[in-house]
Design a protein around this ligand. Structure first.
Ligand code: GDP
Length: 304
């Protein structure tokens, strides 16, 4: 189905590498594990997470004594699923928003070009399709193009966009958007923010100011701080996750552009390393190409 198709490049690459590791081998031994380590690292799982996975498999080998090399993919699949489960890094919610928070406020962060606007548009579409009333806020006031792009999505999805002119205060836009959502009894507000990683202190101050101003309208906002990462950038995604988790309380991840890349391992590594659940994955440019992340489905798609 769609997920399999979206992840096909990563799958192809991982399975090809795994086949090379086990060819001519009868059992999983130290050599196999060394090579497996390399496969995971070159698949952008990240060093720390790779070592954790290898350690888990080592333990299994020590216990079972003999593990057939042909079972390596099955074992890898089980251990990765278990690792993701251990951290509860799963989001089963199918575009659901909690009833008790109205309006539910999502602040979207991430650097330019990762797919922030597209993800906001897709989310607006999903929420609207499930009968929710949605308001968007054009909080990236730094680039005129960001406001224009969001406007196009707002029209396409047919939801209101609250905006001000370029260069205005993002916190003020957020205030307006939340006020409008409250006045119109909206269910969910999604606020874009500028993705400038110019310096950490500025980023932190900017996001803190937006949050504080939001809380004047909705005291417990934002309910969700969604960091958007471009899955095709591999190690850059790790670095961005590091910067943004230091700057603000990121509590959900959206990993985009998994359809065009063999670097899908980043999904496993980033969530494990930063202890933030992957909530959504982007597997295409269209309105319906955003999926709630499900660890079993994800791992099944990778290891077939
Ligand atoms: P922003 O600068 O972070 O707001 O990025 P945009 O939302 O404008 O997206 C940048 C480009 O990435 C656009 O051409 C999008 O169509 C594309 N894009 C976003 N998400 C995905 C995805 O999941 N898959 C693919 N293939 N392209 C995507």
């Amino acid at each position: 189905e769609r997920l399999d198709q979206g992840l096909s490049k990563t799958k192809e690459s991982v399975l090809k590498k795994l086949t090379r590791v086990v060819v001519g081998k009868s059992k999983v031994d130290d050599d196999v594990l060394d090579e497996l380590e390399e496969v995971l690292i070159t698949s952008d799982v990240g060093v720390d997470t790779t070592l954790k996975i290898i350690e888990r498999i080592e333990k299994r080998v020590a216990k079972d004594k003999f593990i057939n090399a042909s079972e390596l993919d099955k074992i890898l699949k089980e251990e990765i699923t278990a690792l993701l489960a251990e951290n509860a890094l799963n989001s089963s919610a199918d575009f659901e928003i909690p009833q008790q928070s109205k309006p539910y406020v999502i602040m979207v962060v991430g650097v330019n070009g990762v797919g922030k606007t597209t993800t906001i548009g897709k989310l607006a579409h999903k929420f609207k399709s499930s009968g929710k009333k949605v308001v968007l806020g054009a909080g990236d006031t730094f680039r005129a193009a960001a406001i224009d792009q969001l406007e196009i999505w707002a029209q396409r999805v047919d939801v209101p966009l609250i905006k001000q002119k370029m260069g205005s205060d993002p916190a003020s836009v957020a205030y307006d958007a939340l006020s409008s959502a409250k006045a119109t009894d909206a269910d969910v507000v999604i606020i874009d923010t500028a993705g400038r990683l110019h310096n950490k202190i500025n980023l932190m101050n900017e996001l803190t100011k937006i949050k504080n101003v939001m809380q004047k309208v909705v005291p417990d906002a934002p309910h969700e701080i969604l960091l958007v990462l471009d899955g095709s950038t591999g190690q850059n995604a790790f670095e961005q996750a590091k910067q943004f988790t230091l700057a603000t309380e990121v509590n959900a991840l959206a990993i985009t552009k998994l359809d065009g890349t063999a670097k899908g391992g980043v999904v496993i590594g980033v969530s494990d390393q930063f202890k933030v659940p992957v909530k959504y994955i982007g597997i295409g440019e269209g309105m319906d190409d955003l999926q709630p992340f499900n660890r079993e489905a994800f791992v099944d798609s990778l290891f077939g």
